[in-house]
Write a new protein. Structure first.
Length: 130
């Protein structure tokens, strides 16, 4: 049985679907997607720590968390993302972080995603942004 309070009790895809489905505001979608990704990265990195209580105390910024995750975690092995495209996975994560930062830190954010989308190959847009 899935515990609604404990995010670890359901798969990341199911959790993301429950939280993101039906959101039609792109800023809210970006912010919630970023939070879900941060939750997933924290869980994955923590699982690879010999002493996770020290990781919990680190209070890492998102970019620091991403770099630690890149250092520790292998490419996905469930065939959902080919290993040859792993660099694009990290580029997509960076793109989402850029979008989130623009939404959260700019009063003049115009909700125009095209400048960000132009920076990344089509495959990233398919997996992460569109």
């Amino acid at each position: 049985m899935v515990n609604p309070i404990d995010p670890s009790s359901e798969s990341p895809r199911v959790r993301a679907s429950k939280i993101l489905d039906g959101i039609d505001n792109s800023i809210l979608l970006i912010l919630k997607s970023h939070l879900l990704l941060e939750e997933l990265l924290n869980k994955a990195v923590r699982a690879n720590c010999a002493n996770p209580e020290y990781f919990d105390r680190a209070n890492l910024r998102f970019s620091q968390l991403v770099n630690i995750a890149r250092a520790l975690l292998p490419a996905p092995s469930d065939n959902s993302f080919p290993s040859s495209q792993t660099p694009m996975l990290w580029n997509g994560i960076d793109a989402l972080n850029t979008l989130r930062n623009r939404c959260a830190h700019r009063l003049d954010f115009k909700n125009d995603l095209s400048p960000i989308l132009e920076r990344y190959p089509r495959s990233i847009k398919i997996y992460f942004l569109v």
